[in-house]
Design a protein around this ligand. Structure first.
Ligand SMILES: Cc1cc2nc3c(=O)[nH]c(=O)nc-3n(C[C@H](O)[C@H](O)[C@H](O)COP(=O)(O)OP(=O)(O)OC[C@H]3O[C@@H](n4cnc5c(N)ncnc54)[C@H](O)[C@@H]3O)c2cc1C
Length: 549
């Protein structure tokens, strides 16, 4: 059997999954460092992974969070319907995210195939573009033009050597992968996804309509035209590492991951007494949101929370959205170099909106006697809703419909409206695709909506790097290796979606959290086990390519 594709690089091909599963553990700290405090800014996935692993090592993480534990893995539980959730943030997790799934297994969570377009889990897929509606279970059941679009995309990727790059990822052949990828970085950092499509031989020979259909219907999970202005490197990483194929949902909600880490007791390896957990050290609740981070005279950090309490910490890990470090949190400017500040501030965020309703049952599976097909299917359209996803919790339980999942301009169209109006607009759009289906009559409970850009603790959904942003990403990502930095810039670390090279995927939050764990461990004089070198130990050898300034 072929080796699986995992999110292994391509920028920094380090085997995080092997590091995590090695019996020797991530490393050890001198006893004198045990109990040293690390302020962890943010209780999202990156904050919780890092806090848990730092606790394992014997440090004392102090977690600050202004909203709920979970961050962008926010699972809204519908009132009165035990365990029926709407995933307001991350909802589909590629099996190639092997470090993410390490924690899924560790917490004993269950996953199931996500009902993406044209998958068995979706059952039926409906594509409604330019006023025409098609329904099918597989690509071959749709008009031939869709197959041609899919083929053009595969051919376009092959023009830049996709198959050999992905083979190197499967084989974990670092030399080949880095050799090829490092050549692509300067070529594609400055060019957009749309540029790639429009100038590829495969699409150039086809009418414009094919590009348009590709943008609306996309590859794997749905329309990707909202990513057209992004740097092509972002998209290449997604497809090379199979982020967009074979995705799972977390049964009961992805928020269980960060929440589970909060209450997970340390393993026998930890210097902390058996039964210690992050929750037990915090009396059950995180500290309030951070209002200021300053360097104290003795080199430690003072962190002031939003209610004015100041605590001293030996190190800091910031996992919140990076713009918050200049908009919400007063930071000493000397904590980071000006180059890094530039990167943190210039990083670009995408907008995203979702609106969900709970319905009495998965009525969409009822067969329409006129067509012999299910009443509704997972729906992709150029209408306002863009993507509609159907979540079946079993025949006798309430089901959930994500009426609309949209990004960028499509998300902004929803921004001014309250939840009821968003539901109305969505039902109106879907009514044009399914004139005979009365979705509203099935709605039970209160709908729920989110616009991440409207939330002061997030200011956006996730990073989407623009052309020319590789250097910003490089500066943020490599910051965890602090040897060469001036003392004034050491001891504060970064992790999370915005620091990652695979933004918008939870695996990136996990991997960057693990980088920070290595950085913090070594900051306190700790070392990895010689048989299990950490990301910083092999940094020189596999570092992301430096394009220079
Ligand atoms: C709409 C959407 C869809 C997504 N879809 C997917 C998907 O399908 N698959 C996938 O793998 N990933 C997906 N993602 C990405 C995934 O959710 C993220 O990568 C991951 O949750 C980010 O975790 P994080 O810890 O880096 O950041 P966050 O979860 O944002 O955590 C940062 C935390 O910092 C907190 N904070 C803010 N201000 C302060 C302060 N002043 N003091 C202290 N804390 C503060 C915030 O409240 C937040 O809890 C999606 C994200 C969104 C928004």
């Amino acid at each position: 059997m072929r080796d699986p594709v995992t999110i292994f690089g391509p920028d920094f091909p380090y085997p995080y999954d092997d590091w995590l599963s090695h019996p020797a553990g991530l490393g050890s700290l001198p006893e004198s460092s045990h109990g040293a405090t690390v302020a962890v800014v943010g209780a999202g996935l990156a904050g919780m992974v890092a806090a848990y692993e730092l606790l394992e090592l014997g440090l004392r993480p102090v977690v600050y969070e202004p909203a709920g534990i979970g961050g962008r893995l926010r699972s809204h539980e519908f009132e009165g319907a035990d365990g029926v959730v709407a995933e307001l943030g991350g909802m589909r997790f590629p099996v190639s995210g092997s470090s993410f799934f390490h924690y899924v297994r560790r917490l004993g969570l269950t996953s199931a195939p996500f009902p993406n377009p044209l998958t068995e889990a979706a059952g039926s897929t409906v594509i409604d573009v330019a006023g025409q509606t098609f329904q099918g279970r597989t690509l071959s059941e749709l008009p031939a033009e869709f197959t041609e679009v899919a083929r053009a995309w595969d051919e376009a990727l092959e023009e830049i050597g996709f198959a050999s790059l992905q083979e190197a990822i499967r084989a974990r052949d670092v030399d080949t992968l880095k050799g090829r990828w490092n050549e692509l970085v300067p070529l594609w950092d400055g060019r957009t996804f749309y540029d790639f499509i429009a100038t590829s031989e495969a699409f150039a020979k086809l009418p414009f309509r094919y590009r348009e259909t590709f943008g609306l219907v996309g590859f794997g999970t749905g329309g990707w035209d909202s990513d057209f202005p992004n740097s092509m490197l972002e998209i290449l990483r997604v497809v090379l590492t199979n982020c967009d194929t074979d995705q799972q949902l977390i049964v009961g909600g992805a928020e269980q991951l960060p929440r589970g880490l909060w209450t997970l007791p340390v393993s026998e390896r930890s210097p902390w007494p058996a039964g210690t957990s992050l929750a037990s050290l915090h009396g059950g609740v995180p500290r309030p949101g951070v209002a200021a981070i300053r360097r104290g005279d003795d080199g430690t950090f003072t962190v002031r929370d939003r209610w004015g309490t100041t605590r001293s910490h030996d190190a800091v890990l910031a996992t919140c959205q990076s713009w918050l470090l200049t908009t919400q949190i007063e930071c000493d400017e000397s904590l980071f170099s000006q180059d890094l500040w530039m990167a943190l501030d210039r990083t670009r965020y995408m907008q995203s909106s979702k609106t969900f309703v709970m319905v009495d049952r998965p009525f969409w599976k009822d067969i329409d006697p006129a067509t012999g097909r299910p009443l509704m299917g997972m729906t992709l359209t150029d209408r306002l809703t863009r993507g509609t996803y159907l979540f079946d919790n079993g025949p006798d339980r309430p089901a959930v419909i994500c009426l609309t999942y949209s990004w960028m301009s499509d998300a902004l169209k929803m921004l001014p409206y309250d939840v009821d109006q968003r539901v109305r607009l969505s039902l109106d759009a879907l009514g044009k695709i399914y004139p005979g289906v009365d979705i509203a009559s099935h709605i039970v409970g209160d709908p729920v909506t989110v616009s991440w850009e409207d939330d002061p603790n997030f200011l956006g959904a996730f990073k989407g790097a623009l052309p020319g942003h590789y250097r910003y990403n490089y500066r943020m990502y490599t910051h965890f290796v602090q040897d060469g930095r001036p003392p004034a810039e050491r001891g504060i670390f970064l992790a999370g979606d915005d620091v990652s090279f695979t933004p918008a995927w939870a695996e990136g939050a996990v991997q960057t959290a693990l980088n920070a764990v290595w950085g913090i461990m070594t900051h306190f004089g700790g070392v990895s086990h010689p048989a299990n070198p950490g990301p910083g130990d092999v940094f020189e050898k596999i570092a992301p390519v430096n394009l220079g300034e």
